[in-house]
Design a protein around this ligand. Structure first.
Ligand SMILES: C[S@@+](CC[C@H](N)C(=O)[O-])C[C@H]1O[C@@H](n2cnc3c(N)ncnc32)[C@H](O)[C@@H]1O
Length: 189
């Protein structure tokens, strides 16, 4: 995946300042205060020690810089069976975290919760799933039998993700690293 990203970069002369590297979110290979903005899209939930990752995001951010963390959360209790199937399909360990789980985790950091945006997750129809999986499997260079197997497995997985999406929303959490507390306000937070 990282090699494909590097190929894209080579083709795009506007991306000379972009670098791709593989690293651990719990031990980032950057000096303190390196970035104005640190972004994580849908990854913190998959990191074993989320507190350690948030500490690392904070450490590499400049004072008055921002950390933007985007995460799914359960707006409604999902059947345990779905969560179990997701965890075994992806070999991960997600739990039915609600919005408060994330907000409370951020409160434990030295970051200020600066801006949030919440929205539901798109739930595609069965027809959309089949069209998508047909196109995706057809784009793989393989014989017809292998393409059929890929399509079947894709449909299985995408149907499972879609079922899970019925219970999910996502949150964009923008946090700011500040070196002194906000002055109290009479008219709003
Ligand atoms: C759902 S994917 C999100 C990928 C991507 N950000 C996106 O939006 O498509 C979750 C990612 O978290 C990565 N991940 C899990 N543990 C990690 C860790 N300790 N450090 C860095 N990334 C990790 C996984 O490899 C996976 O690529």
């Amino acid at each position: 995946m990282i090699n494909t990203a590097r190929q894209f970069k080579l083709r795009d002369i506007g991306s000379q300042r972009v670098n791709f590297l593989v690293g651990d979110g719990m031990n980032l290979p950057f000096a303190d205060g390196s970035f104005d903005l640190v972004m994580s899209g849908g990854s913190t939930a998959f990191i074993d020690d989320k507190r350690k990752a948030l500490k690392e995001y904070t450490r590499v951010t400049k004072t008055w810089g921002f950390v933007a963390d985007i995460n799914f959360y359960y707006k409604q209790k999902a059947p345990e069976e779905i969560i179990g199937k997701l965890n075994s399909a992806m070999n991960i360990n997600i739990e039915p975290w609600g919005k408060d789980y994330w907000v409370n985790l951020y409160k434990e950091t030295e970051l200020e919760l600066y801006y949030t945006h919440f929205n539901d997750v798109y739930v595609p129809s069965d027809d959309e799933i089949i069209t998508y999986c047909t196109e995706m499997s057809a784009s793989v260079t393989a014989n017809a039998d292998t393409q059929r197997l890929i399509k079947e497995r894709l449909i299985e997985l995408m149907s499972l993700f879609t079922e899970n999406h019925r219970y999910l929303s996502y949150g964009i959490f923008v946090l700011r690293k500040r070196n002194e507390a906000e002055q109290i306000s009479l008219f709003g937070s």
